[in-house]
Design a binder for this molecule. Structure first.
Ligand code: HEM
Length: 131
């Protein structure tokens, strides 16, 4: 059965970042906490600071009770659009990235010893000629 959940992207949710209109995103869900700002035991400032980003970590770090988690459902207005999340790097991109890293590393680890060896050989030849 199709769901009637409203989908938002993070940018859109982040535009609601004032005292009168404040949305937060926790665990992929979007909450309109405008009417709860003054009642929030953790303060209105934390909620206002949590706008415009995924506030799941901050929410979990505050150690919310089961009651708080139940209460927040009252403010849920929708979910984050899953198609809005940054795309996974394709495997060919990853391969190209690895090859580049390997090439850089090879250059980094070989260029110095080869340079020193080259200078030593030139110095050796120079002194041998002088004798
Ligand atoms: C709809 C969303 C939210 C609801 C309903 C809610 C509710 C509550 C409640 C009821 C408490 C009291 C303690 C408890 O019972 O757990 C609380 C405390 C707190 N909340 Fe929230 N909260 C919400 C979102 C957030 C977010 C997004 C953050 C952080 C960005 C946050 C940070 C805090 C902090 C720091 C405390 C104080 C913890 C303490 O005193 O130790 N809350 N919240």
């Amino acid at each position: 059965m199709p769901t009637l959940t409203k989908l938002y992207d993070l940018k859109e949710a982040g535009e609601h970042n004032t005292r009168d209109d404040c949305w937060v995103v926790v665990d992929g869900k979007v909450y309109d906490v405008s009417s709860y700002l003054d009642e929030h035991p953790g303060g209105d400032d934390v909620l206002l600071r949590a706008t415009g980003k995924d506030a799941t970590d901050e929410f979990n770090d505050a150690g919310h009770s089961k009651d708080a988690i139940q209460l927040m459902e009252e403010f849920c207005i929708g979910e984050l659009d899953p198609s809005d999340t940054p795309e996974e790097e394709s495997s060919s991109d990853k391969k190209a990235d690895l090859t580049k890293k390997f090439r850089d590393m090879t250059l980094q680890y070989w260029a110095i010893p080869v340079g020193i060896l080259g200078i030593s050989v030139i110095a050796c030849l120079f002194f041998m000629r002088r004798k």
